[in-house]
Design a protein around this ligand. Structure first.
Ligand SMILES: *Cc1c(COP(=O)(O)O)cnc(C)c1O
Length: 474
């Protein structure tokens, strides 16, 4: 066989990557291309013959670039999307290069050991019990799925029902109590698990979206059979955290399993200063979090943790005849997550933790929260801007007051115009029936200048849009 030309396409990719990354601080944050332009640039007939790999990479980069959203920018504040630290990104390149199948120990020993080590480090960073089991999944969605699958197993086992063997037909009903402001991935996970969204009783929340303990108590009593309580650390709009110590106390009195969705908020536990917000979370039975959010690891990277490794394995494990039955007692990752073949997600997590260290991670989380407060203060100084939430973490909800009284219309318009203008990027949301701009500060590279530049851009857009409204509508 001819020696393949690795250097050509990889050099092209390296140069394209470096050019892109160095352009991020100055390029418009939002996409510049329309869907039509992207289809024209990227589409075409199915290639019949071979293409030169280096040319393929160069042309892919040229065609895709205008349609990229610079979500790794320090001024990307949309959804709750982290960036990627240099070490994590570089380790991710090697992950693809090494192409290990991390489902099993046998074909990927280094990946298996790295996941074991990284899983232990994540548990230590978050201050969870050392015996927790860890599954590396695609994201918060599958981390919630995995935690809730372990929960389903355990609450039904306690009712003498083997759900893995018998399924749910004929099983005792399972109740799920979750805050009214839970993330939609909880409901989706319950669909995948056959419990269905009707299994959920929504527990009333306060004005920040936190579960009300009295409402949980009412919902729990009188207890009727297998029960799962889903709590939240970090509401996607407000960043609010459920009163986890109260939730745990009430749930365990009722013999319920407690799952915590902490896709981004759980990382507050890595900061000694912010950890008190989460008090009691360490007593829960399972947790879901994302490395691709606050740890700033490239997509896709979620983490499921469970205080009951037996339940975790019972829900996820698999033994087929052709798979190695004896791997010397080493850990097969597939026993802890829903996939079999999969990417070795431990490598970038491992590199991220080594490059930042415990102190660096605490600092990253605290810095984002301080910058979110700076963002809120900068905007609130304007007479037409209202901050709708208590900025307890990294999320800020903003509402714009229109001269003509159409606050929803103006708020939505400012979100759109800000995205088009390109200095920064954030999305809109609805909070308590009102339109709001949702700002998330969760990128390792964001600094005070990014925040101040973003505040100035938003206020400039507000001035232009409100001036238009006054003159048009009087
Ligand atoms: C982002 C998020 C999720 C979903 O995580 P993905 O990584 O997008 O699958 C779930 N819950 C909360 C609270 C989130 O913020």
């Amino acid at each position: 066989m001819q020696t393949p030309d690795w250097a050509g396409p990889l050099t092209e990719a390296y140069q394209q990557a470096l050019a892109y990354l160095t352009s991020v601080p100055t390029r418009p944050v939002g996409s510049r291309a329309t869907p039509t332009e992207l289809r024209a640039a990227l589409g075409g007939p199915l290639p019949e013959g071979a293409g030169d790999p280096r040319t393929v990479i160069a042309e892919l980069a040229a065609a895709a670039q205008p349609g990229l959203v610079a979500s790794s920018s320090g001024r990307f504040h949309g959804f709750v999307i982290g960036g990627a630290t240099p070490a994590a990104l570089a380790a991710d390149w090697l992950t693809a290069t090494w192409d290990q199948n991390a489902g099993l120990y046998l074909p990927a020993p280094a990946a298996a050991v790295v996941e074991e080590v990284a899983g232990g480090w994540v548990a230590q960073l978050l201050g969870l019990p050392p015996h927790v089991s860890v599954g590396f999944v695609t994201g918060g969605q599958m981390a919630n799925f995995t935690g809730l699958a372990a929960a389903r197993h355990d609450v039904l086992r306690r009712a003498d029902w083997d759900v893995e063997k018998h399924g749910l037909i004929g099983a005792p009903p399972v109740r799920v109590l979750a805050g009214a402001e839970r993330h939609d991935t909880i409901d989706r996970a319950l669909r995948f698990l056959g419990l269905g969204t009707n299994a959920v009783s929504a527990v009333a929340v306060d004005e920040q979206g936190r579960m009300r303990p009295e409402a949980l108590q009412d919902a729990l009593h009188p207890t009727t059979g297998p029960t799962i309580v889903c709590a939240q650390a970090g509401n996607v709009n407000t960043g609010a955290v459920d009163p986890l110590a109260d939730v745990y106390g009430l749930a365990h009195e009722a013999d319920a399993w407690v799952h915590v969705d902490g896709a981004f908020g759980l990382w507050a536990a890595a900061s000694p200063r912010l950890r008190p917000l989460l008090t009691g979370f360490e007593l829960a039975d399972s947790w879901a979090t994302d490395a691709h959010k606050w740890l700033n690891v490239p997509y896709d990277s979620g983490i499921a943790l469970c205080a009951h490794p037996d339940a975790h394995r019972a829900a996820m494990g698999m033994r087929a005849g052709y798979l190695p039955q004896d791997n010397g007692g080493e850990r097969d990752a597939m026993d802890y997550n829903p996939e079999l073949s999969r990417r070795a997600r431990g490598f970038p997590i491992y590199a991220a933790i080594r490059a930042l260290g415990r102190d660096g991670i605490a600092d990253l989380v605290e810095r984002c929260c301080a910058l979110a407060r700076r963002f809120a203060e900068g905007l609130a100084a304007h007479e037409r801007i209202e901050i709708l939430n208590d900025v307890v973490l990294n999320q800020v909800l903003v509402r714009f007051h229109a001269p003509d009284g159409d606050h929803d219309g103006l708020t939505n318009q400012i979100v759109r115009r800000t995205q088009q203008e390109g200095t920064c990027w954030m999305s809109g949301t609805t909070w308590h029936g009102q339109a709001a701009m949702r700002i998330s500060v969760i990128n390792w590279s964001t600094d005070e200048a990014d925040i101040d530049t973003s505040v100035t851009a938003i206020i400039r857009t507000l001035e232009v849009e409100s001036a238009g409204r006054t003159s048009v509508r009087g």
